[in-house]
Design a protein around this ligand. Structure first.
Ligand SMILES: Nc1ncnc2c1ncn2[C@@H]1O[C@H](COP(=O)(O)OP(=O)(O)OP(=O)(O)O)[C@@H](O)[C@H]1O
Length: 458
C-alpha cells in the first residue's frame, strides 16, 4: 500500500479506467482528468503542492501532455511528471525527457512499471521531507547547508557538538580533509549563546605568514609597504562571536605566539600599532594533522594546544560511516539536479553499490564533487556507474577493446605514472613532484584524488 496523491490525465477512457483501478487498489488518492484543458485550469487555480505524481498522456486533442509539462516547469511546480506514450510517438517521449519529465512509459505498460516509478517518487518525497525535518531539528534556516547523517558514529559527534555549543569553551575539531569540520564548527556557533554574533573563518594554511598575521590582527596605516590604509583584523571583526581557525596545525611559531596572547590575555596588538585591544572570542580550531604529535615534535606550542583544546571532537572519515553514503549521495543529487534544473532522481543499483564500496579518501567533499560531476554527465534521470569518477579506480572497469589493443583513459595513465614515480623515488613526494614537474600541492591533491594512499603512498 502507498500513501500519496496521483493525477492522471488521458483522453482514452480505457486507460483512465485501468490506471484508476490499479492505483486506487494500492490506497492512492486519485484525481482523474479526461482533457488537458480541465487539468490546466485546476493547475493554475490551485497549484499542485499536494500532488506526488502526474501521469500525462502525450497526445490529447485539446492541450497535449507536452504543453502541460512545459507549464509545470514554467510555474516551477515540484511535482514529478511521467508521460504516457504510444510506441509510435516515442520521439515525443524523448522530447518530454528533455523538457524535464521525470520518466515515461510506453503503452501498453504492465502495472509493475507504474509501481516502480511510484516507489521511487515516494521515496524521494520522504528524503526531501527527512532533509527538511533535519534542518528544522538543527535550527538551520533553509538555504544554509544542512547536516546529513544516519550513522550512529556521526550522531555521537553531532550530539557532543550540540552539548559543547552551550558552553564557552574553545574546541578543536580533528578529522581528515572534507569530513565536515567547518560545518560542525558553524553548527557549534549557531547553537551557542553567540549565535546572533558573527561566525568568521580563516584558513591558516592558505595564506603566507605576513598575510595571515595582517588578516588576523589587522594593521595600522603604513605598518608595512603597501599598507596604504588601516585595516581591521578578523579578531576585531569576530569580537563577541566565534572565529574558526581552519588548518591550525599549519600555523607558524611566530603567529602561534601572538595567538596565544589573545587566548591568555584576551587582547591583541594590530600590526604596526602599540596599543592592545581587548576582545572576547570563542575559538573553534580544526586540523587534519595529529595535533598531539605536532606538540611532541615541537611544531605546535603546547600551551596554545591546551588553551585551544579544551574540548576535542573527532570527525570520523566517510569510509567509517557507510550508512551515511546513500543519504549524502541522494542529498547531493537533489541539490545539484535542482541547481541544474534537471529531473535526475535516482542511482542505478550498480552506481549505488560503487558509491558504497569506494573508500572516499577525500570524504564528503569528494563525494559531493563526484555527484555533481555525475549529474552533469548523466543524460537520463538516473545516475549510472559510468558517470562516477570512482568508476576508474573500482576493481571492475571493463577496458575498451579496439582491434585487440587495450584502450585506457588518460586519467588511468596519469594515475599509474604518478604511482610509478612515487615508488621509484622511494615515496619521497618532493622528489616525485620535481620529476613530474608539478607543484607539491598538486601532487598531494592527485594522491588524494586517485586514492593512492591505498597503494601505500603516505
Ligand atoms: N554531514 C554533512 N551533510 C551534508 N554536507 C556535508 C556534511 N559534511 C560535510 N558536508 C559538505 O562537505 C564539504 C566539506 O565539508 P567541510 O568544508 O566542513 O570539511 P572540512 O573537514 O572542514 O574540510 P577541510 O579539512 O578540507 O577544510 C562541504 O561542502 C560541506 O558542506
Amino acid at each position: 500500500m502507498y500513501n500519496g496523491k496521483v493525477i492522471i490525465c488521458d483522453d482514452e477512457v480505457e486507460i483512465l479506467r485501468y490506471l484508476s483501478k490499479i492505483l486506487s487498489a494500492k490506497g492512492l488518492e486519485l484525481e482523474v482528468f479526461s482533457s488537458g484543458t480541465s487539468l490546466m485550469s485546476v493547475m493554475e487555480n490551485r497549484g499542485m503542492d499536494d500532488v506526488d505524481l502526474m501521469l500525462l498522456d502525450v497526445k490529447m486533442p485539446d492541450v497535449d501532455g507536452l504543453e502541460i509539462l512545459q507549464r509545470v516547469k514554467r510555474m516551477k511546480l515540484e511535482v514529478p511528471v511521467v508521460m504516457m506514450t504510444a510506441y509510435a510517438s516515442i520521439n515525443s517521449a524523448i522530447e518530454a525527457m528533455k523538457l524535464g519529465a521525470y520518466d515515461y512509459v510506453t503503452k501498453p505498460f504492465p502495472k509493475e512499471k507504474i509501481f516502480g516509478i511510484l516507489e521511487k517518487v515516494l521515496e524521494r518525497r520522504e528524503l526531501l521531507k527527512e532533509n527538511s525535518a533535519l534542518k528544522d531539528e538543527l535550527g538551520i534556516p533553509s538555504g544554509a547547508t544542512p547536516l546529513i547523517f544516519a550513522s550512529e558514529t556521526f550522531r555521537r559527534v553531532h550530539d557532543m557538538a550540540m552539548l559543547v555549543a552551550q558552553s564557552e569553551s574553545n574546541v578543536v575539531i580533528l578529522g581528515e580533509s572534507g569530513t565536515g569540520k567547518e560545518l560542525i564548527a558553524s553548527l557549534i556557533h549557531n547553537n551557542s549563546p553567540r549565535a546572533k554574533e558573527r561566525f568568521l573563518t580563516i584558513n591558516c594554511a592558505a595564506l603566507s605568514d605576513t598575510l595571515l598575521e595582517s588578516q588576523l590582527f589587522g594593521h595600522v596605516k603604513g605598518a608595512f609597504t603597501g599598507a596604504i590604509n588601516a585595516q581591521k583584523g578578523l579578531l576585531e571583526a569576530a569580537n563577541h562571536g566565534t572565529l574558526f581557525l581552519d588548518e591550525v596545525g599549519d600555523m607558524s611559531p611566530a603567529i602561534q605566539a601572538k595567538l596565544l596572547r589573545v587566548l591568555q590575555e584576551g587582547d591583541f596588538i594590530p600590526v604596526g600599532d602599540t596599543k592592545a585591544r581587548s576582545v572576547d572570542i570563542r575559538f573553534v580550531a580544526a586540523t587534519n594533522k595529529d595535533l598531539e604529535e605536532e606538540v611532541r615534535e615541537k611544531r605546535f606550542r603546547e600551551d596554545l594546544f591546551f588553551r585551544l583544546n579544551v574540548i576535542s571532537l573527532h570527525l570520523p572519515p566517510l569510509r567509517d560511516r557507510g550508512e551515511d553514503i546513500e543519504l549524502l549521495a541522494r542529498h547531493f543529487l537533489t541539490k545539484y539536479a535542482a541547481r541544474m534544473k534537471r529531473e535526475i532522481t535516482d542511482f542505478t543499483r550498480e552506481a549505488m553499490q560503487l558509491l558504497k564500496s569506494y573508500n572516499w579518501p577525500g570524504n564528503i567533499r569528494e563525494l559531493e564533487n563526484a555527484i555533481e560531476r555525475a549529474a552533469i554527465l548523466t543524460r537520463g534521470n538516473t545516475i549510472t556507474a559510468e558517470t562516477l569518477p570512482v568508476w576508474r579506480t573500482a576493481q571492475v572497469p571493463e577496458p575498451k577493446q579496439n582491434g585487440g589493443k587495450r584502450l585506457v583513459s588518460l586519467e588511468t595513465i596519469e594515475r599509474e605514472h604518478i604511482l610509478h614515480v612515487l615508488k621509484a623515488s622511494g615515496n619521497n613526494k618532493s622528489r616525485a613532484a620535481k620529476i613530474l614537474e608539478i607543484a607539491r600541492r598538486t601532487l598531494d591533491r592527485k594522491i588524494e584524488e586517485y586514492g593512492l594512499e591505498d597503494e601505500g603512498i603516505r
